[in-house]
Design a binder for this molecule. Structure first.
Ligand code: AMP
Length: 291
Protein backbone atom coordinates (compact mmCIF):
# COMPACT_ATOMS: atom_id res chain seq x y z
CA UNK A 1 0.00 0.00 0.00
CA UNK A 2 1.36 3.45 -0.88
CA UNK A 3 0.95 6.16 1.69
CA UNK A 4 0.01 9.56 0.34
CA UNK A 5 1.63 12.73 1.59
CA UNK A 6 -0.82 14.85 3.58
CA UNK A 7 -2.47 17.58 1.50
CA UNK A 8 -1.42 21.12 2.34
CA UNK A 9 -3.78 22.98 4.60
CA UNK A 10 -6.03 24.97 2.27
CA UNK A 11 -6.79 28.48 3.48
CA UNK A 12 -9.40 30.58 1.70
CA UNK A 13 -9.55 33.56 4.03
CA UNK A 14 -6.76 36.12 3.85
CA UNK A 15 -6.99 36.97 7.55
CA UNK A 16 -6.56 33.29 8.44
CA UNK A 17 -3.50 33.15 6.19
CA UNK A 18 -2.08 36.23 7.87
CA UNK A 19 -2.49 34.66 11.33
CA UNK A 20 -1.06 31.30 10.27
CA UNK A 21 2.04 32.83 8.70
CA UNK A 22 2.51 35.23 11.62
CA UNK A 23 2.44 32.24 13.98
CA UNK A 24 4.98 30.33 11.84
CA UNK A 25 7.28 33.36 11.87
CA UNK A 26 6.78 33.92 15.62
CA UNK A 27 8.11 30.39 16.12
CA UNK A 28 11.25 31.34 14.21
CA UNK A 29 10.38 29.90 10.79
CA UNK A 30 11.48 31.66 7.65
CA UNK A 31 8.48 31.61 5.31
CA UNK A 32 8.62 31.47 1.50
CA UNK A 33 5.71 32.46 -0.75
CA UNK A 34 5.14 31.19 -4.29
CA UNK A 35 2.35 33.10 -6.05
CA UNK A 36 0.74 31.14 -8.91
CA UNK A 37 -2.41 30.95 -10.98
CA UNK A 38 -2.48 27.15 -10.65
CA UNK A 39 -2.50 24.40 -13.30
CA UNK A 40 0.88 23.71 -11.78
CA UNK A 41 3.76 22.37 -13.88
CA UNK A 42 7.45 21.81 -13.28
CA UNK A 43 8.18 25.53 -13.70
CA UNK A 44 5.97 26.35 -10.71
CA UNK A 45 7.28 23.32 -8.81
CA UNK A 46 10.88 24.48 -9.26
CA UNK A 47 9.93 27.66 -7.39
CA UNK A 48 8.25 25.58 -4.68
CA UNK A 49 11.33 23.37 -4.35
CA UNK A 50 13.53 26.44 -4.01
CA UNK A 51 11.22 27.86 -1.32
CA UNK A 52 11.24 24.56 0.58
CA UNK A 53 15.03 24.30 0.34
CA UNK A 54 15.73 27.90 1.33
CA UNK A 55 12.96 28.51 3.87
CA UNK A 56 11.43 26.60 6.79
CA UNK A 57 7.86 26.76 5.50
CA UNK A 58 6.29 27.38 2.11
CA UNK A 59 2.97 28.97 1.19
CA UNK A 60 1.74 28.54 -2.37
CA UNK A 61 -1.07 30.78 -3.54
CA UNK A 62 -3.37 29.63 -6.32
CA UNK A 63 -5.56 32.36 -7.73
CA UNK A 64 -6.53 33.11 -11.31
CA UNK A 65 -6.49 36.86 -10.98
CA UNK A 66 -9.17 38.42 -13.22
CA UNK A 67 -7.56 41.86 -12.88
CA UNK A 68 -4.53 40.89 -14.94
CA UNK A 69 -6.51 39.64 -17.95
CA UNK A 70 -7.70 42.02 -20.65
CA UNK A 71 -11.35 41.91 -21.76
CA UNK A 72 -10.51 39.84 -24.86
CA UNK A 73 -8.03 37.55 -23.09
CA UNK A 74 -8.38 33.98 -21.83
CA UNK A 75 -9.56 34.44 -18.22
CA UNK A 76 -12.66 32.26 -18.65
CA UNK A 77 -10.83 29.36 -20.28
CA UNK A 78 -7.57 29.61 -18.32
CA UNK A 79 -6.83 26.05 -17.09
CA UNK A 80 -7.96 25.29 -13.55
CA UNK A 81 -6.84 22.06 -11.85
CA UNK A 82 -7.30 22.56 -8.12
CA UNK A 83 -7.23 18.93 -6.97
CA UNK A 84 -4.24 17.92 -9.10
CA UNK A 85 -2.43 21.06 -7.92
CA UNK A 86 -2.98 20.20 -4.27
CA UNK A 87 -1.75 16.62 -4.89
CA UNK A 88 1.43 17.98 -6.47
CA UNK A 89 2.02 20.34 -3.57
CA UNK A 90 1.40 17.47 -1.13
CA UNK A 91 4.04 15.37 -2.88
CA UNK A 92 6.58 18.14 -2.31
CA UNK A 93 5.59 18.63 1.34
CA UNK A 94 4.02 22.11 1.07
CA UNK A 95 2.32 23.00 4.33
CA UNK A 96 -0.05 25.78 3.32
CA UNK A 97 -1.99 26.63 0.15
CA UNK A 98 -3.81 29.95 -0.12
CA UNK A 99 -6.74 29.45 -2.49
CA UNK A 100 -9.06 32.43 -2.19
CA UNK A 101 -12.25 33.15 -4.13
CA UNK A 102 -12.37 36.25 -6.33
CA UNK A 103 -15.06 37.81 -4.13
CA UNK A 104 -12.76 37.54 -1.09
CA UNK A 105 -9.84 39.13 -2.89
CA UNK A 106 -11.73 41.96 -4.55
CA UNK A 107 -14.39 43.01 -2.09
CA UNK A 108 -17.26 45.26 -3.17
CA UNK A 109 -15.97 48.78 -3.59
CA UNK A 110 -12.37 47.74 -4.31
CA UNK A 111 -10.84 50.75 -6.04
CA UNK A 112 -7.11 50.87 -5.25
CA UNK A 113 -4.60 49.79 -7.87
CA UNK A 114 -0.83 49.64 -8.02
CA UNK A 115 0.65 51.28 -11.13
CA UNK A 116 4.35 50.59 -11.61
CA UNK A 117 6.16 53.08 -13.85
CA UNK A 118 8.60 52.71 -16.71
CA UNK A 119 9.58 49.02 -16.43
CA UNK A 120 5.88 48.11 -16.72
CA UNK A 121 5.37 50.13 -19.89
CA UNK A 122 7.12 48.43 -22.84
CA UNK A 123 6.83 44.81 -24.11
CA UNK A 124 4.05 43.06 -22.17
CA UNK A 125 2.87 46.43 -20.84
CA UNK A 126 2.31 47.66 -24.36
CA UNK A 127 0.79 44.43 -25.67
CA UNK A 128 -1.45 43.88 -22.63
CA UNK A 129 -2.69 47.24 -21.32
CA UNK A 130 -3.58 47.02 -17.62
CA UNK A 131 -1.88 43.64 -17.20
CA UNK A 132 0.86 44.79 -14.84
CA UNK A 133 -1.54 46.94 -12.86
CA UNK A 134 -3.48 43.74 -12.15
CA UNK A 135 -0.30 41.79 -11.40
CA UNK A 136 1.22 44.40 -9.10
CA UNK A 137 -2.05 44.84 -7.21
CA UNK A 138 -2.61 41.13 -6.57
CA UNK A 139 1.04 40.53 -5.66
CA UNK A 140 1.05 43.42 -3.18
CA UNK A 141 -2.15 42.02 -1.67
CA UNK A 142 -0.52 38.59 -1.39
CA UNK A 143 2.58 40.12 0.19
CA UNK A 144 0.42 42.00 2.69
CA UNK A 145 -1.67 38.96 3.56
CA UNK A 146 1.09 36.37 3.67
CA UNK A 147 3.77 38.52 5.30
CA UNK A 148 6.36 36.05 3.98
CA UNK A 149 10.11 36.59 4.25
CA UNK A 150 10.92 35.57 0.68
CA UNK A 151 8.83 35.44 -2.51
CA UNK A 152 9.72 33.37 -5.58
CA UNK A 153 9.15 34.25 -9.24
CA UNK A 154 10.22 32.72 -12.56
CA UNK A 155 12.50 34.20 -15.20
CA UNK A 156 9.97 33.00 -17.79
CA UNK A 157 8.02 36.15 -16.88
CA UNK A 158 11.14 38.31 -16.68
CA UNK A 159 9.38 41.66 -16.95
CA UNK A 160 6.86 40.65 -14.28
CA UNK A 161 9.72 39.92 -11.86
CA UNK A 162 11.24 43.31 -12.66
CA UNK A 163 7.91 45.04 -12.06
CA UNK A 164 7.55 43.27 -8.70
CA UNK A 165 11.10 44.19 -7.68
CA UNK A 166 10.41 47.83 -8.58
CA UNK A 167 7.20 47.83 -6.54
CA UNK A 168 8.89 46.20 -3.53
CA UNK A 169 11.66 48.77 -3.63
CA UNK A 170 9.43 51.79 -4.24
CA UNK A 171 6.75 50.89 -1.68
CA UNK A 172 9.19 49.55 0.97
CA UNK A 173 7.56 46.13 1.05
CA UNK A 174 9.42 43.96 3.59
CA UNK A 175 9.95 40.89 1.40
CA UNK A 176 12.94 39.52 -0.47
CA UNK A 177 12.26 38.71 -4.13
CA UNK A 178 14.11 35.77 -5.67
CA UNK A 179 13.96 34.88 -9.36
CA UNK A 180 14.58 31.34 -10.60
CA UNK A 181 15.52 30.13 -14.10
CA UNK A 182 12.97 29.10 -16.72
CA UNK A 183 12.12 25.40 -16.72
CA UNK A 184 11.73 23.96 -20.21
CA UNK A 185 10.27 20.93 -21.97
CA UNK A 186 12.84 18.58 -23.58
CA UNK A 187 12.54 20.47 -26.92
CA UNK A 188 13.15 23.80 -25.16
CA UNK A 189 9.59 25.15 -24.99
CA UNK A 190 9.24 27.12 -21.75
CA UNK A 191 6.71 25.38 -19.52
CA UNK A 192 3.48 27.34 -19.23
CA UNK A 193 -0.07 26.58 -18.19
CA UNK A 194 -1.10 28.03 -21.57
CA UNK A 195 0.83 25.31 -23.46
CA UNK A 196 -2.24 23.13 -22.81
CA UNK A 197 -4.08 25.20 -25.44
CA UNK A 198 -1.71 24.09 -28.23
CA UNK A 199 -2.84 21.36 -30.63
CA UNK A 200 -0.12 18.86 -31.67
CA UNK A 201 0.92 20.86 -34.76
CA UNK A 202 1.06 24.11 -32.82
CA UNK A 203 2.91 22.40 -30.00
CA UNK A 204 5.62 21.27 -32.45
CA UNK A 205 5.90 24.80 -33.91
CA UNK A 206 6.10 26.35 -30.45
CA UNK A 207 9.60 24.93 -29.99
CA UNK A 208 10.73 27.59 -32.49
CA UNK A 209 10.67 30.30 -29.80
CA UNK A 210 13.49 28.67 -27.85
CA UNK A 211 15.28 27.60 -31.05
CA UNK A 212 15.28 31.24 -32.20
CA UNK A 213 16.67 32.45 -28.86
CA UNK A 214 19.44 29.83 -29.05
CA UNK A 215 20.28 30.94 -32.59
CA UNK A 216 20.47 34.54 -31.37
CA UNK A 217 22.82 33.47 -28.59
CA UNK A 218 25.03 31.70 -31.11
CA UNK A 219 25.16 34.79 -33.33
CA UNK A 220 26.24 36.94 -30.41
CA UNK A 221 28.82 34.35 -29.34
CA UNK A 222 30.19 34.48 -32.90
CA UNK A 223 30.59 38.25 -32.62
CA UNK A 224 27.43 39.44 -34.45
CA UNK A 225 25.88 41.79 -31.91
CA UNK A 226 23.89 44.21 -34.06
CA UNK A 227 20.27 44.25 -32.80
CA UNK A 228 18.64 44.44 -36.23
CA UNK A 229 20.63 41.45 -37.48
CA UNK A 230 19.75 39.40 -34.39
CA UNK A 231 16.09 40.32 -34.67
CA UNK A 232 16.04 39.21 -38.32
CA UNK A 233 17.61 35.87 -37.40
CA UNK A 234 14.93 35.27 -34.75
CA UNK A 235 12.17 36.37 -37.12
CA UNK A 236 13.35 34.02 -39.87
CA UNK A 237 13.34 31.02 -37.53
CA UNK A 238 9.89 31.87 -36.17
CA UNK A 239 8.42 32.39 -39.63
CA UNK A 240 10.06 29.26 -41.07
CA UNK A 241 8.43 27.18 -38.34
CA UNK A 242 4.99 27.74 -39.88
CA UNK A 243 2.26 30.18 -39.00
CA UNK A 244 3.52 32.33 -36.17
CA UNK A 245 2.26 35.84 -35.56
CA UNK A 246 5.10 37.82 -34.03
CA UNK A 247 3.98 40.43 -31.49
CA UNK A 248 7.44 41.62 -30.56
CA UNK A 249 11.09 40.65 -30.70
CA UNK A 250 12.97 43.02 -28.41
CA UNK A 251 16.59 43.50 -27.40
CA UNK A 252 16.58 45.61 -24.27
CA UNK A 253 18.61 46.57 -21.23
CA UNK A 254 17.78 43.92 -18.57
CA UNK A 255 17.27 46.54 -15.85
CA UNK A 256 15.58 49.45 -17.58
CA UNK A 257 14.05 47.58 -20.55
CA UNK A 258 15.23 50.41 -22.79
CA UNK A 259 15.96 49.22 -26.35
CA UNK A 260 19.56 48.30 -27.14
CA UNK A 261 21.05 48.78 -30.57
CA UNK A 262 23.61 46.04 -29.97
CA UNK A 263 23.95 43.03 -27.70
CA UNK A 264 27.44 44.09 -26.70
CA UNK A 265 26.67 44.29 -22.99
CA UNK A 266 23.96 42.92 -20.68
CA UNK A 267 20.95 42.32 -22.93
CA UNK A 268 17.54 40.73 -22.53
CA UNK A 269 16.02 39.24 -25.66
CA UNK A 270 12.27 38.97 -25.16
CA UNK A 271 9.68 37.50 -27.51
CA UNK A 272 5.91 37.36 -27.69
CA UNK A 273 4.48 35.17 -30.41
CA UNK A 274 1.01 33.92 -31.22
CA UNK A 275 0.84 30.33 -32.41
CA UNK A 276 -2.75 29.71 -33.48
CA UNK A 277 -4.86 31.29 -30.75
CA UNK A 278 -2.18 30.90 -28.09
CA UNK A 279 0.06 33.75 -27.02
CA UNK A 280 3.49 32.57 -25.86
CA UNK A 281 6.38 34.53 -24.36
CA UNK A 282 10.00 33.61 -23.77
CA UNK A 283 13.28 35.37 -23.16
CA UNK A 284 16.99 34.93 -22.65
CA UNK A 285 19.62 36.99 -20.93
CA UNK A 286 22.95 37.65 -22.62
CA UNK A 287 26.05 38.77 -20.74
CA UNK A 288 24.06 38.94 -17.50
CA UNK A 289 22.82 36.72 -14.70
CA UNK A 290 19.30 36.90 -13.27
CA UNK A 291 19.46 39.33 -10.40
P1 AMP B 1 1.68 31.73 -13.33
O1 AMP B 1 0.92 30.62 -12.66
O2 AMP B 1 1.79 31.59 -14.80
O3 AMP B 1 1.20 33.10 -12.88
O4 AMP B 1 3.18 31.61 -12.81
C1 AMP B 1 3.48 31.63 -11.44
C2 AMP B 1 4.97 31.78 -11.26
O5 AMP B 1 5.62 30.67 -11.88
C3 AMP B 1 5.53 33.05 -11.91
O6 AMP B 1 6.53 33.60 -11.08
C4 AMP B 1 6.11 32.52 -13.20
O7 AMP B 1 7.17 33.31 -13.71
C5 AMP B 1 6.62 31.17 -12.76
N1 AMP B 1 6.77 30.28 -13.91
C6 AMP B 1 5.86 30.00 -14.87
N2 AMP B 1 6.37 29.19 -15.82
C7 AMP B 1 7.66 28.95 -15.45
C8 AMP B 1 8.73 28.20 -16.01
N3 AMP B 1 8.60 27.52 -17.14
N4 AMP B 1 9.91 28.19 -15.35
C9 AMP B 1 10.08 28.87 -14.20
N5 AMP B 1 9.11 29.60 -13.61
C10 AMP B 1 7.92 29.65 -14.23
Amino acid sequence: MTTRSPLPEVVRDGEVLRRQVAELRRRGNKVGLVPTMGALHEGHLSLVRAALAECDACVVSIFVNPAQFGPSEDFARYPRARDADLDRLADLGVQLAFVPETADVYRPGHSTWVEVGSVAEPLEGESRPGHFRGVATIVLKLFNLAGADVAYFGQKDYQQALVIRRMVEDLNVPVEVRVRPTVREPDGLAMSSRNAYLDPGERARAASLYASLCAAERLVAAGQTEAGRIRREIETILIDSGEAEIEYIALVDPETLHPRSAADGPTLIALAVRIGQTRLIDNCLLNAAIA
